[in-house]
Design a binder for this molecule. Structure first.
Ligand SMILES: [Zn+2]
Ligand SMILES: [Zn+2]
Length: 150
């Protein structure tokens, strides 16, 4: 385990891209080169800066704009490293009802609904399978059986 622990999964800049100097952590995902003063950010800093200037951006837009994966963005949300600040537009929306959510794909209500939908689809599939079986019975053999019954 490194000193940074789980933090090093956020692509922390360690060496200055301009002069090769050491990047010193300045807080909230921001790093300054101790030699030339160049500023760089880790994934958290990049996302935080992007949200500040692009309020209402979705995880997909952020990924496209700054190249931080949605997986990382969701992890940052889950870890509470980025927050939906009050007064800002929606950052993540429930994919079903559009309600503001902090992480994941669905709000708790829709997550339940999504499960119910899946269960319902599963029932329909089973139902159709039974119906399909019934239709096949009517053709060929079934037909004969019908006429016999009449
Ligand atoms: Zn530098
Ligand atoms: Zn929802």
């Amino acid at each position: 385990m490194s000193v940074l622990g789980s933090l090093d999964m956020y692509n922390i800049p360690q060496v200055c891209k301009k002069c090769g100097g050491v990047m010193v952590f300045k807080g909230v995902g921001e790093y300054h080169c101790e030699d030339c003063g160049a500023v760089d950010y880790d994934d958290y800093g990049k996302v935080r800066c992007y949200i500040e200037t692009n309020k209402g951006a979705t995880a997909a837009q952020i990924e496209q704009a700054i190249g931080v994966s949605q997986r990382t963005i969701r992890r940052l949300l889950k870890d509470g490293r980025i927050e939906i600040t009050e007064g800002s537009n929606v950052f993540l929306r429930c994919e079903l009802c559009g309600k503001q959510i902090r992480s994941g794909q669905y709000c708790p209500e829709c997550e339940i609904k999504a499960h119910r939908n899946l269960e319902e689809k599963q029932r329909e599939l089973l139902h159709k399978a039974v119906q399909g079986f019934g239709l096949e019975q009517k053709s060929e053999e079934g037909q004969r059986r019908f006429t016999r019954d009449d």
